[in-house]
Design a protein around this ligand. Structure first.
Ligand SMILES: C[S@@+](CC[C@H](N)C(=O)[O-])C[C@H]1O[C@@H](n2cnc3c(N)ncnc32)[C@H](O)[C@@H]1O
Length: 321
């Protein structure tokens, strides 16, 4: 469903109904219980992130598709700088909140990543703190189908962690009777110390993408204790607790917090470029049985490869689409 001017009327469904109708996990759809709190307490995204994506793209990006746009925090970053964004989000309550905050030229669609209609492709597809909620099956072929050849995929996000280890430990102890951890584990089990983190690891294994890069934008925020607890109230692990336990855990945590807290809210960014079909096939071809494995597997007669085997925009015309 996409409105002519990109504004569709969003039906209101909630709780168990929403989960049943969309066939998604309740944790993935927990955010829409408190869309205003999400908008109030979650930090936005800095302009350095926009600049980083544009530098990587290496050419103007005119159209973007956003996966799991939530209340539109990352939508604004791109839409306010001239990119025509189609913001997609499965949760009607989050999408209704988004519409209050994004420029009028943002198109919206109520859909999970898995249900996005095929057909249209974009110069950029991105997900802000949302990709880990999507179904891993067919994730990268589906992603590639949404991108123009040579188009850019970006995923970014990261936890907001208390910078002072003593305060962090006090909060962990206050939380322990209710929740062992409030983090989402790496979807492919990549350990935290690994050089390349998820989803960079999956992108590197995917035949559809090349030139996978990972960057970290360091960010330190100072918040009141109340705002920090407000932020916790937007995190899925807490949203999954029964309401009475939520109240108790927030109150226990409030008691151990100083008046203001320093938060490390670094943003980890993964960028990759969609291969054109010809490059993908080249990449799949086995080495010739009796030939020199160092020889090119297929003469790139009709292809112009950029640095790192990337299908540059100029080469797009020569790719078989
Ligand atoms: C942590 S929020 C991030 C929202 C926003 N992108 C941001 O950065 O503030 C995760 C969002 O992903 C959405 N989501 C959950 N499962 C999804 C799926 N399968 N496809 C697309 N979005 C999904 C949720 O509804 C929620 O709005």
């Amino acid at each position: 469903m996409i409105g002519r001017l990109g504004r569709e009327k969003i039906p209101s469904i909630d709780g168990a109904d929403r989960v049943r109708m969309l066939g998604m996990s309740s944790r993935a759809l927990s955010f829409g219980v408190m869309p205003e709190a999400y908008e109030q307490f979650r930090p936005g995204y800095p302009v350095e992130l926009f600049d980083m994506v544009m530098t990587y793209a290496g050419q103007p990006v005119r159209t973007a598709l956003e996966i799991g746009a939530g209340t539109g925090k990352a939508t604004r970053l791109f839409a306010q700088r001239g990119v025509t964004v189609t913001a997609t989000e499965p949760d009607g309550a989050m999408l209704a909140e988004l519409l209050k905050h994004v420029p009028a030229n943002v198109k919206t669609m109520q859909a999970a990543f898995e249900d996005l209609p095929p057909g249209e492709s974009y110069g950029l597809v991105y997900a802000a703190a949302a990709l880990h909620w999507t179904n891993p099956e067919g994730r990268w072929s589906r992603m590639a189908a949404l991108l123009e050849p040579g188009g850019v995929f970006a995923s970014f996000g990261g936890p907001a962690q208390l910078a002072d280890p003593a305060v962090e430990e006090a909060v962990r102890a206050a939380r322990a009777p209710f929740l062992e951890s409030d983090e989402v584990p790496s979807p492919d089990g990549t350990p935290p110390g690994h050089d390349m983190q998820w989803p960079g690891t999956e992108l590197q294994r995917s035949e559809w993408f090349a030139d996978v890069q990972q960057f970290v934008i360091e960010r330190r925020l100072t918040m009141s204790a109340r705002d920090y607890v407000g932020h916790l109230s937007t995190i899925s692990a807490y949203l999954e607790l029964p309401t009475s336990e939520q109240e108790q855990v927030y109150s226990q945590i409030m008691q151990v917090l100083p008046e203001t807290v320093e938060v490390a809210a670094d943003i980890t960014v993964h960028l990759a470029r969609r291969r054109c079909e010809q490059q993908r096939l080249d990449n799949q071809m086995p080495a010739p049985a009796n030939g020199n494995p160092d020889m090119p597997r297929r003469a790139p007669a009709t292809l112009t490869h950029g640095a790192g085997g990337i299908c540059m925009r100029l080469a797009v015309r020569s790719c078989r689409l």
